[in-house]
Design a protein around this ligand. Structure first.
Ligand SMILES: NC(=O)c1ccc[n+]([C@@H]2O[C@H](COP(=O)([O-])OP(=O)(O)OC[C@H]3O[C@@H](n4cnc5c(N)ncnc54)[C@H](OP(=O)(O)O)[C@@H]3O)[C@@H](O)[C@H]2O)c1
Length: 294
């Protein structure tokens, strides 16, 4: 079973940047219509012009939507309904992270992460799935994260949202087996996009180069996995092997590793050193050498 990409209508959230924009570029050769969703409308319009220059027969809808506002998601869905757009494939890609100690994060940022990373994909899936089931074909491609498979002190909320997305996606996939709707989770490691900048960690070079991949490669491998109806895709060879090996790591070992990072984050020390009373470096410590990947 393959997702209906060829000549299908595909809605991509977070198409203004990074992985989402690359997914749009790669699907533009094959889809009938792309619905591009994000807040930065001018970026979406520039992408639309670029895609149409390569494929003038492609239909492109630009939908400005702040996914942290459920009423804007409803407005987006109303607009699709008004334009008689029937979505065959939903790509839940938009997401954001944050670095730092949980108590130091603002509630508005935490809430925004919950809305964009959790509520929006769940809501869009709920609104669009029924029609896919009626037609007996469809696809849902969710972009999670390696953080959704690990313990990530310093990114507790982000990791929590991606753990949710993993549980939701894999469970839904089982519910939908045999219905014609393909469900795939992609769990990338470090990808060169604006993610880290948006999360407040501009130091891109601190991420190990052997694991880092381009957004183009991430999108390509994500789509290849989706077309194979793979349950879970780790884009990038080195990262894929690392994650496969990590899946054998006993939970206590994972916790011990996380504790070292957490101590460094909160106290500026490792487990082996005494805590410095004034060393609440939090964010800076993590960025200087904390866990990699989003
Ligand atoms: N880059 C990595 O290292 C990495 C690793 C693992 C997983 N991921 C995941 O990959 C996905 C894509 O991230 P990326 O790396 O491509 O980052 P990115 O370059 O920062 O792109 C994020 C996209 O999400 C959209 N977005 C953010 N907040 C939004 C909101 N309130 N409403 C609507 N759209 C919103 C942004 O559009 P606007 O700002 O225009 O709204 C942008 O298009 C995310 O789910 C992320 O968690 C990334």
């Amino acid at each position: 079973m393959r997702p209906p990409i060829d000549s299908g209508t595909i809605l991509i959230t977070g198409a203004s940047s990074g992985i989402g924009r690359e997914i749009a570029r790669q699907l533009a050769r094959r889809a009938r219509t792309l619905v591009l969703v994000a807040r930065r409308e001018e970026r979406l319009e520039a992408l639309r012009d670029e895609l149409l220059a390569h494929n003038p027969t492609l239909g492109v809808m630009v939908e400005r939507c702040d996914l942290s506002h459920p009423d804007e998601v409803d407005t987006l869905l109303d607009s699709l309904h008004r334009h008689l757009v029937r979505v065959d494939v939903l790509v839940n890609n938009a997401g954001l992270g944050d670095y730092g100690l949980y108590e130091q994060e603002s509630w508005s940022r935490i809430h925004q992460m919950l809305q964009v990373n959790v509520e929006a994909p769940v809501l869009l899936t709920h609104r669009l799935l029924r029609r896919m089931l009626e037609r007996g074909r469809g696809g849902i491609l969710n972009i999670g994260s390696g953080a959704g498979r690990m313990l990530r002190p310093g990114m507790s909320v982000y990791a929590g949202t991606k753990h949710f997305l993993e549980g939701f996606t894999e469970s839904l996939r089982l519910e939908l087996s045999g219905t014609g709707v393909v469900v795939t989770l992609v769990a990338p490691g470090p990808v060169d996009t604006e993610f880290r900048e948006v999360a407040g960690g501009e130091n891109r070079s601190a991420r190990p180069s052997w694991m880092r991949i381009s957004a183009e490669r991430c999108a390509r491998e994500a789509l290849e996995g989706f077309e194979r109806a793979a349950p879970l895709v780790y884009p990038g060879l080195a990262y894929r092997w690392m994650m496969r090996l990590a899946s054998f790591m006993p939970r206590p070992v994972m916790r011990a590793g996380g504790l070292v990072v957490a101590r460094r984050l909160r106290h500026g020390t490792s487990l082996l050193e005494p805590a410095h009373p004034d060393a609440r470096l939090g964010r800076r410590v993590l960025l200087a050498g904390g866990p990699e990947g989003a």
